[in-house]
Design a protein around this ligand. Structure first.
Ligand SMILES: O=C(O)CCC(=O)C(=O)O
Ligand SMILES: [Fe+2]
Length: 440
């Protein structure tokens, strides 16, 4: 091999100038994407140093302190929440004490936001959490796991429960949920779990390199983009290819890989559109609950929506492990953009970033806590938002193991590292929706 020709001064200068230009371009590109929303996300994603949580707005601080912030307004609910439905835990109040809220809060920087802190009793929260983990996660509702696994119709949670309670031995082959795809002999079967990279790739924008191994993350279907539908409705919505290399895990581990399930009209994450032909029966109690919330906030904010017009047609249950996050996005797939989006939080607290119509508006970090309700109406319905951080050690004691309620143990165990969000939307304009079946 001949020695490489020594570089002339001129050549070296050209190369240095080129490298400098490349660096400048990369920096310019970075600053383009460094929007105020992104900056806030990075602050709360940071592990070292940890974020300054005191910057987050806590609607549960003493009301006189909260109202010192001139941007916050307290407004009485249209009806006391306890007048609505047992689903808030009205009946438990006699036993558990406490009270359900009579007020909601608005924020001057986020017109259309209606916040109801501490809206459920502990018992009501536990019931809804059980629903989210055991009942709503069953077919025909789809979950992220359905892409890659043959989840039984009886549900993954039931399998987990059978093992957890000793009904089935943990080495019983039938407790392992099988892959949908055939295992490629060459790949050697059991693939590695690549989900632990959440921390190192906070923005989900991975370098565009050809992956060395074809193992996809089983969380690839997280709604991470800005929520803009990408295909017209008449384009077929194919399911993503199942991978032959997702790991076979015991149910206790596989339940922690559950990232979302969809209710009612099933959502097609790759195209960010609904499957209008796949309408799973909507759980009746959730229809009642969400309508009750829309009724409670009727006329409370500047963008009223009559509760009579509200139909719960689609929903998402998001399951977060402590290191999970949901990047900034707008939910714009619904044809009805006027109806409120109702969102419930359970389990660990999180930082919820609420921005504006673009990522240029600096978001407000809000501390969402178990039992809080957030309602997005008017322009807030189309605002950027995301969950960059689940906060460790924030699980309320009433969601931890309860000596008097051993059947809660399995849920307490799951929640010890998790947050659950349940959000409900109306898809069609009022009176325009094809009759939606209700699950009894
Ligand atoms: O987890 C949350 O509170 C927000 C979830 C969300 O924004 C969504 O599902 O679109
Ligand atoms: Fe969202």
């Amino acid at each position: 091999m001949p020695d490489p020709q020594p570089m002339s001064n001129r050549q070296r200068k050209i190369m240095e100038r080129q490298a400098e230009r490349n660096r400048e371009m990369a920096a310019a590109k970075r600053s383009e994407t460094r929007t105020p929303f992104r900056e806030a996300e990075l602050q709360f994603l940071s592990r070292h140093p940890p974020p300054d949580y005191s910057k987050a707005l806590d609607f549960r601080q003493p009301v006189e302190v909260l109202l010192r912030d001139p941007k916050i307004k307290r407004v009485p609910l249209h009806k006391r929440i306890s007048e609505f439905s047992d689903l808030f835990g009205v009946k438990d109040l006699q036993q558990e004490g406490g009270d359900l809220p009579e007020n909601a809060y608005l924020h001057e920087d986020h017109p259309g936001l209606i916040y109801i802190p501490a809206a459920f009793t502990p018992t009501a929260q536990r019931n809804l959490i059980k629903g989210c983990l055991k009942d709503y996660s069953r077919h025909p509702n789809k979950s992220n796991l359905d892409t890659h696994y043959l989840v039984p119709d009886s549900g993954l949670w039931d399998l987990h429960e059978n093992v957890f309670t000793g009904k089935q031995p943990s080495d019983d082959p039938s407790i392992f949920v099988q892959r949908k795809a055939k295992v490629d002999e060459q790949a050697g079967g059991y693939g590695s779990d690549d989900d632990d990279d959440n921390d190192s790739k906070p923005d989900n924008k991975r370098p565009k390199m050809k992956p060395k191994s074809p193992v996809p993350s089983i969380r690839t279907l997280v709604p991470i983009m800005d929520g803009t539908p990408t295909v017209p409705d008449n384009v077929p919505k194919d399911d993503p290819e199942p991978s032959a290399q997702v790991p076979i895990l015991p149910p206790a581990q596989l339940v922690r890989k559950m990232r979302w399930i969809t209710l009612g009209y099933q959502y097609h994450w790759p195209s960010k559109t609904y499957h209008f032909d796949q309408n799973a029966p909507f759980p009746e109690e959730l229809s009642i609950l969400s309508k009750a919330v829309v009724d409670a906030v009727d006329g409370v904010g500047p963008y009223p929506y009559p509760a009579d017009d509200f139909v719960a047609e689609a929903g998402v249950v998001n399951y977060y492990q402590l290191k999970d996050r949901l990047m900034g996005h707008v939910d714009r797939s619904e044809l009805n953009k006027e109806a409120p989006l109702v969102s419930f939080s359970f389990g660990h607290s999180c930082i919820y970033l609420l921005g504006g119509p673009t990522r240029e508006k600096e978001p407000t970090p809000i501390l969402l806590q178990s039992g809080d309700i957030l309602v997005m109406t008017g322009p807030c319905r189309s605002a950027f938002h995301g969950v960059p951080r689940i906060i460790e050690n924030t699980l309320p004691t009433y969601l931890q193991s309860l000596p008097e309620e051993p059947e809660w143990d399995i849920y307490a165990d799951y929640l010890s590292e998790a947050r659950i969000n349940l959000n409900i939307r109306q898809v069609y304009p009022p009176n325009d929706s094809p009759a939606s079946p209700v699950q009894h």
